[in-house]
Design a protein around this ligand. Structure first.
Ligand code: C2E
Ligand code: CA
Ligand code: CA
Length: 959
C-alpha cells in the first residue's frame, strides 16, 4: 500500500475541485452578488481550488519522485485539509443565503455555521500534537515518514474529522428538507466525497509504512527537518546501524512508551578478544567482524521489533521489548547462535563471539543511562566468567556513560602494546606467574602451570616462529645466554617476529629481560607488541625490513661506519609472475616469505636484508662478507629442492661504488639498474653497476615522462616506407612507421622510444594513434584516387595483440573510417610469438578470420623461427634485415633457404633492409620479389608518399 494513498488523495482532490467549482458557479447565480460576502466567498473558493490543484499535482509527483520532498508534501497537504474544511463551511454559508433558514440567521445559527471549521481546525491541531507525541517516525531507509505503532489516536482523529463532515452534511440535509431533490442528491454526492478518506483512515492502522500527512505546515516542516537532521547524524558510518547518540534517543522513547505488561531489556555486547583479532588478522578483518555482528543484530532487531546500535569500538547494544511472560534468553541465544553460524558460513578464519550483559528496565534502573551502565557491568562480568578472571569489579560511579573497573582500566592502559610479564626462576628453569592479570596474553603463548621455561620456549618456537629462525630464537632465549647478557647490561631486549598459526600476519614482539631481585634469582621477562611501531619499516609479508626500513638501516650503517666499504645487492626472482600465475598468489606469497626468512636467517646487524617490493629483495653486505657468486650459489642450493616445478632462480644486481654523498635509495636503485641489464640473461646471474648506467637510464626516464604528453601535444607523425614489387617496378604497399617530433630533439626514431614504451601500456595508445592516422590517410587516398586496393602495414606490439580492449579499438577505428579490414596489414614481430604461443596463435587466427592480413615481422631473428611457422599460419613473412646486412655466405644460404621455405609453405615473403642494387638483384634471383629498404626509399612523410601514389613523383631506383 506504500504509495497508493497518494492516489486516493489525488482522487479526493479532483472531486473536491469539481465540487468547489460547482459551488462557485452556484454562488454567482445566487442572490448574494451585491454583498461584500460574495467577494470573500469567491476568493476563498478560488484559493481552495488553487490549493487543491497544486496539492493534486504534488500527490501524483510524489508517487514517482525519489527522494520524496516530504516536507513540501506536508506543507501543501495542509492546505488541502483546510480547503476541505473551508468548502464544508462555505457550503453551509451558501445554504444559509440560498434557503434563508432562520436557524442560520440568528447569532446562534452563525456560531453553529462556523462550528465545522473551528472543529476541524481544533482537530488538526490535536492531530499534530498527538502525531508529534506518538506515532511520527522518520524512516531513514526510505527517507520518508512512516507509521509506527501506537498511532490509533491519530487514526481516531481522522475518522472523527471525516465523520464530522459526513454528519454535518447529513444534518444540513435534514435542515434543508425543503430543498429540491436535485439539491439533496448534490448533498449526497458531497457526502460520498468524504467516504474515501474515511476508508483510508480506517485502513491506515493496518499498514505500517504508509506515509503520514500532518496537518499544520509549521509542525510538518519542523518534524521533518529535525528528523532529517537526526537521521543524518544518527547512523554509525561503518555498520549503518544506529550510533550511540541515536540509541539513547530511541531508548528513551522506548522507556517512555513502554506498553503495559511488557518488559524492556537492554543488552550490552562486546566482541570477544577483539583487540587480538585486530592484531592478528588486521583491521580489515576486524571491520568485517563488526559488520557481521551488525548484520546479525539488524536482522534480529527487525524480526523482534527491537533496536540495535553500535555503541562504539567493538561494543554493541540491543534494546527489546518483550511481553512479561517471555524469556529474554531466547533472544540472547539467538544472537549468539546467529553470530556463530554466520561467521562459519562466511568462512571467517577466527571465531566470532560476543559477551552480553543484560539489564531489565525496572524501578531502580529507570533511565537510559543507568540501563547502559548496568548492562556494561554485567557484560564485563560475563567476560570475566568466560575468561576465568575472577577479580571483583569495583563498585563504581559511572563516569559520563562509561563504566570503569580497576581491571578494565588497567587493561585499557596496558592493552596497546603490553602482552604481559612473567618471572623466570633462573636456577630452577621455571616460569613464575606474578599475577594472572599481569601475565595476560603471555599466558596464551606459554604453559605457565608447570613446564620449564626452556621447554616453554621450545614449544612456543615451534608454533609461532618461522622455521628458519627457530634455532636462533631458542638460542637467544636460553637461560645461559640471558644470564650472560645480563652480566653486561641491566636491561637486555631482543625483537622477534611471531606469526600465529593459520595467519600470514607477522607480529613483532619485543622481549625485555632484567633481574627482579638483588640475589639474581629471578629474571623478569615482559613482552611488548611492537608491530605497530615497526610497521613502517617492516614488510608485513616477509617480516624483514621493507624499503623504508632497509634504506634507513643502510643510512645508519654508513653513518656509523665512516670510510668502510660495502655492497648493496638487489635480487629479483626469475619468472616470479609465472610462479604466481601457475600456482596462485598464495604459493607466490609463501615463496616470498620463505625467501625473506632465508635471507633473514643469514642476517646480522651488519649483513641485513629487506623485501623492497613484489619479488625484489635487497641485501646489504659490508666488506668481507661473502661474494655475489657465493651468495648466488648459496641461494640456488637452498632453493634447489623447493618443490615447485618451476625452478627458483634469481638475478642479482650489485652496487659497490660507495660513492660519497649518494643516498641509500639511489645506491640501491643503481644496483637495480645493473640487475635490469641482465634480467633475462640465462648465462649471467649477477652484474655490477657501472658508471654512466644511471645517466642513460635518467635520459630514458626523462623521455618516458615527455612521451606521456606527446600524444596530446600531437607530436607523433606517421611516415610511410614504400614496399615495392621489384619485377613490376611498382609500389604496392607501405609500412607505417611512427616518428616522434620532439620539440627540442627533432625527429626521434622509434628505436629510441618504442622499447621504452613497450614496458608500459602506453605503447598501445601510441599504436592506436598511429593506426588512426594511417586510416585517415587511407580513407583520403581511396576517396581521392577512387581506388579500393590501397594498403598499408602497421606494426603491433606484443602488448597490443594480447589486449582485448586494444583489438576492439583497432577494429572500431578501421570500421569508423569505413575501410575494409584487408587494407590494413598487421605486422607482428616474431619474438611476440615466443611467449604464450598458444594464446597468440589463437588471437592471430581470430584476426585472420576478421579479414586482417598478418605479417610475421623480423622473421629469422629469433631462435625458433621454424617452430613459429609450424604452429602458425600467416599471410606474409618479413625477412629480418640482419641477414642482408652482413654479407657472409652463410647469411646468403639462409636467405635463399628461407625464400625456398616460404615458397614451400605458399606464404609470400618480403625482404626488408634492402640498401643496394646488388642485394635487390640477389633477392630477386633467390625468388623474392617483394622488397623494402633504403635502396628504394627511406620512410617518407605522408605528403611525399601521397605524391608517389598519386603519380606526381616516382622512386629514382624503380625507374
Ligand atoms: P621494423 O618493424 O622492423 O621496421 C623497419 C625498420 O627498418 C624501420 O625503422 C625502417 O626505417 C628501417 N629500415 C627500412 N629500410 C631500411 C634499410 O634499408 N636499412 C636500414 N638500416 N633500416 C631500414 P624505424 O622506423 O626506426 O623503426 C624501428 C622499429 O620500431 C620498427 O622495426 C618497429 O619494430 C618499431 N616501430 C616503428 N613504428 C612503430 C609503430 O607505430 N608501432 C610499433 N609498435 N612499433 C613501431
Ligand atoms: Ca615492421
Ligand atoms: Ca622488421
Amino acid at each position: 500500500m506504500g504509495s497508493s494513498p497518494h492516489f486516493t488523495y489525488a482522487y479526493i482532490n479532483v472531486a473536491n475541485i469539481v465540487l468547489l467549482l460547482i459551488l462557485a458557479i452556484k454562488a454567482k447565480k445566487s442572490g448574494i452578488d451585491r454583498t461584500k460576502m460574495r467577494f470573500v466567498f469567491l476568493l476563498s473558493i478560488y484559493f481552495a481550488v488553487a490549493m487543491n490543484i497544486f496539492d493534486c499535482a504534488w500527490c501524483l509527483i510524489l508517487n514517482f519522485a525519489s527522494p520524496r520532498p516530504v516536507w513540501l508534501l506536508k506543507f501543501v497537504n495542509n492546505f488541502y485539509f483546510l480547503s476541505f474544511a473551508l468548502s464544508a463551511y462555505l457550503w453551509f454559508v451558501y445554504s444559509e443565503y440560498t434557503y434563508k433558514k432562520t436557524i442560520f440567521i440568528n447569532n446562534a445559527g452563525k456560531i453553529i455555521s462556523l462550528c465545522p471549521i473551528f472543529a476541524l481546525i481544533a482537530l488538526y491541531i490535536l492531530n499534530d500534537i498527538t502525531g508529534w507525541l506518538y506515532h511520527f517516525d522518520f524512516d531513514s531507509a526510505t527517507n520518508d515518514y512512516v507509521y509506527i505503532r501506537g498511532g490509533w489516536l491519530y487514526y481516531f482523529q481522522h475518522v472523527l474529522s471525516y465523520a464530522y463532515i459526513v454528519l454535518a452534511s447529513i444534518k444540513f440535509a435534514i435542515i434543508g428538507s425543503k430543498m429540491t431533490k436535485k439539491d439533496v442528491s448534490k448533498m449526497l454526492t458531497m457526502i460520498s466525497f468524504a467516504l474515501p478518506p474515511l476508508v483510508c483512515a480506517i485502513l491506515q492502522p493496518f499498514f505500517q509504512t504508509v506515509p503520514i500527512l500532518s496537518s499544520s505546515p509549521v509542525f510538518s516542516f519542523l518534524i521533518v527537518y529535525t528528523n532529517t537532521l537526526n537521521a543524518q547524524v544518527s547512523l554509525d558510518p561503518l555498520t549503518g546501524i544506529y550510533n550511540r547518540r541515536r540509541l539513547s534517543i530511541e531508548l528513551s522513547k522506548r522507556i517512555k512508551y513502554l506498553p503495559p505488561k511488557h518488559e524492556l531489556y537492554f543488552l550490552f555486547m562486546d566482541v570477544d578478544a577483539f583487540k587480538d583479532l585486530n592484531d592478528t588478522y588486521g583491521h580489515n578483518e576486524g571491520d568485517k567482524t563488526l559488520l557481521l555482528i551488525a548484520e546479525v543484530l539488524a536482522s534480529i532487531a527487525e524480526d523482534t521489533n527491537s533496536i540495535c546500535a553500535r555503541y562504539g569500538g567493538d561494543e554493541f547494544a540491543f534494546v527489546l521489548t518483550l511481553p512479561e511472560d517471555s524469556d529474554v534468553n531466547d533472544v540472547v541465544t539467538r544472537i549468539e547462535e546467529s553470530i556463530h553460524q554466520k561467521s562459519i558460513a562466511e568462512k571467517f578464519r577466527h571465531t566470532v563471539s560476543v559477551s552480553i550483559g543484560i539489564t531489565k528496565f525496572n524501578k531502580e534502573i529507570d533511565n537510559a543511562n543507568s540501563l547502559i551502565v548496568n548492562a556494561d557491568k554485567k557484560m564485563y562480568q560475563t567476560k570475566l566468567e568466560r575468561y576465568g578472571n575472577t577479580d571483583k569489579i569495583i563498585n563504581n560511579t559511572p563516569h559520563s556513560d562509561l563504566v570503569l573497573s580497576e581491571n578494565l582500566f588497567l587493561e585499557k592502559l596496558f592493552s596497546v602494546h603490553f602482552d604481559g610479564a612473567i618471572l623466570i626462576d633462573v636456577n630452577e628453569d621455571k616460569i613464575v606467574e606474578i599475577n594472572r592479570f599481569i601475565t595476560k596474553k603471555m599466558a596464551r603463548y606459554l604453559d605457565i602451570e608447570n613446564v620449564s621455561f626452556t621447554q616453554n620456549i621450545a614449544n612456543c618456537t615451534d608454533i609461532y616462529v618461522a622455521e628458519v629462525l627457530r634455532e636462533r630464537f631458542k638460542q637467544e632465549l636460553s637461560i645461559p645466554f640471558l644470564v650472560e647478557k645480563l652480566k653486561k647490561v641491566l636491561h637486555y631486549f631482543t625483537d622477534f617476529q611471531f606469526s600465529p598459526p593459520g595467519s600470514d600476519k607477522i607480529m613483532h614482539k619485543r622481549l625485555n629481560f632484567r633481574y627482579y631481585d638483588e640475589n639474581k634469582k629471578f629474571i623478569m621477562c615482559s613482552m611488548e607488541d611492537i608491530t605497530s611501531a615497526f610497521s613502517n619499516d617492516i614488510d608485513p609479508l616477509t617480516g624483514i625490513y621493507d624499503s623504508t626500513g632497509f634504506h634507513k638501516k643502510v643510512d645508519r650503517w654508513i653513518a656509523e661506519n665512516p670510510g668502510k666499504k660495502f655492497r648493496i645487492q638487489r635480487y629479483n626472482i626469475d619468472n616470479f609472475k609465472d610462479i604466481n600465475g601457475v600456482y596462485g598468489y598464495d604459493i607466490g606469497d609463501k615463496l616470498l616469505k620463505d625467501i625473506g626468512n632465508y635471507m633473514y636467517s643469514y642476517s646480522t646487524d651488519d649483513y641485513f636484508c629487506g623485501h623492497l617490493s613484489a619479488d625484489n629483495f635487497a641485501r646489504f653486505c659490508p666488506e668481507g662478507s661473502m661474494s655475489p657468486q657465493e651468495s648466488y650459489e648459496l641461494f640456488l642450493k637452498f632453493f634447489s629442492k623447493y618443490g615447485l616445478s618451476i625452478p627458483i632462480n634469481i638475478h642479482i644486481g650489485i652496487y659497490d661504488l660507495c660513492e660519497e654523498g649518494e643516498s641509500p635509495y639511489r645506491m640501491s636503485y643503481k644496483a637495480l639498474l645493473a640487475l635490469q641489464k641482465i634480467k633475462y640473461d640465462l648465462n649471467n646471474h649477477y652484474a655490477y653497476y657501472e658508471r654512466g648506467m644511471s645517466e642513460k637510464e635518467q635520459e630514458q626516464l626523462e623521455m618516458l615522462r615527455e612521451i606521456q604528453t606527446a600524444i596530446v601535444k600531437n607530436q607523433f607523425e606517421v611516415y610511410f616506407q614504400p614496399q615495392v614489387d621489384f619485377e613490376k617496378k611498382k609500389v604496392f604497399c607501405a609500412e607505417a612507421l611512427v616518428r616522434w617530433n620532439h620539440p627540442t630533439k627533432g625527429l626521434v626514431a622509434p628505436g629510441k622510444f618504442i622499447p621504452l614504451l613497450e614496458k608500459s601500456n602506453y605503447i598501445s595508445k601510441v599504436d592506436i594513434y598511429v593506426i588512426d592516422k594511417t586510416c585517415k590517410y587511407l580513407r583520403k587516398w581511396m576517396d581521392e584516387l577512387g581506388r579500393k586496393d590501397i594498403k598499408v602495414s602497421v606494426n603491433l606490439s606484443r602488448k597490443d595483440i594480447i589486449d582485448k580492449h586494444f583489438l576492439d579499438l583497432l577494429e572500431r577505428t578501421i570500421d569508423f573510417y569505413k575501410l575494409p579490414h584487408s587494407s590494413i596489414n598487421l605486422e607482428v614481430t616474431e619474438s611476440a610469438y615466443m611467449q604464450d604461443t598458444e594464446k597468440i596463435t589463437n588471437i592471430i587466427n581470430y584476426l585472420r578470420e576478421k579479414g586482417f592480413s598478418i605479417e610475421i615481422d623480423d622473421f629469422g631473428s629469433g631462435y625458433s623461427s621454424l617452430n613459429t611457422l609450424k604452429e602458425l599460419t600467416v599471410d606474409k613473412i618479413k625477412l629480418d634485415m640482419k641477414f642482408l646486412s652482413d654479407n657472409s655466405d652463410k647469411s646468403k644460404h639462409i636467405i635463399s633457404n628461407m625464400i625456398k621455405l616460404s615458397k614451400d609453405l605458399e606464404t609470400p615473403i618480403i625482404a626488408e633492409g634492402v640498401e643496394t642494387l646488388e642485394q635487390a638483384k640477389m633477392l630477386y634471383e633467390f625468388g623474392c620479389n617483394q622488397m623494402q629498404g633504403y635502396y628504394f626509399s627511406k620512410p617518407l612523410p605522408a605528403e611525399k608518399y601521397e605524391a608517389l601514389i598519386y603519380g606526381k613523383s616516382s622512386l629514382e631506383n624503380l625507374k
